[in-house]
Design a protein around this ligand. Sequence first.
Ligand SMILES: [Zn+2]
Length: 270
Amino acid sequence: MKALNCPKGHGPMALSTIDKQMTFKGADISVAAKAYVCPACGLEAGTPQTAGALQLAIADAYRVKQGLLTSSELKDLRKSRNLTQQQLADIMNIGIASIKRWETGTVQSASMDHALLMQLQCRTQADNYSGNREISLARIKLIAKCFEAILGVRLLKKGDRLLFLAKYLWYADFLSFRVLGRGLTGASYAAITYGPQLNNYRDLVEPIKNSDVNSAEPLSNEELRIVQKVAERFPTEQNVYDAAHSEKIWIESDIGALIPYSWAHELTEI
Ligand SMILES: [Zn+2]
């Protein structure tokens, strides 16, 4: 930064750190701020850079005092979960502009802070491939039975490769993640030649069939509506097969790669 001269004619001012006491949003806070100070008369002057840094320091001091995530904590937490600003915005169902503002100094509300922590703290990087929950084979079977009842077809057949069921489950899990911030089954999905498929499906078919639906966490009304919506949107197995094959997020995935749940907002057929 170029040194400033004192407007009272005392020559160059020195960049100094000064403790500032102030009231921000009703809280008394103190911040160490950078400013140019005249050694002769004590006059302080800021620059756009020092003003921006001061704003951020004030906002962060306030957040520390209120127990809210600071800008850098939010940014670090988001990155540690391997999420872009856009992905976090989508999961939170808010605009990306809000995330950008919070990460550059605007103070988030306490309720939003809580929602951010729920989404970020309770998530690991791997959760991006399991929709924010542990895999439950019993729940996969329960939802399969649900689809069978609504559609009037058998989807979980003997010796099956789950070609159609996997696509119904994929849409239901991803739609649930998009709408509720959490998948339904905890399953991971791989992009294979025949479309999105349960990861390691060969090892899962028999255990799914043998699982006890009564041990599964029951579907909430919201979750049941997700399943109904998918079934109504794709009334036949051919419908769901064709739709899945037209999805950009499957087409653009490498064969065998897991499809991240954070891409759910890019589904086009539902
Ligand atoms: Zn001066």
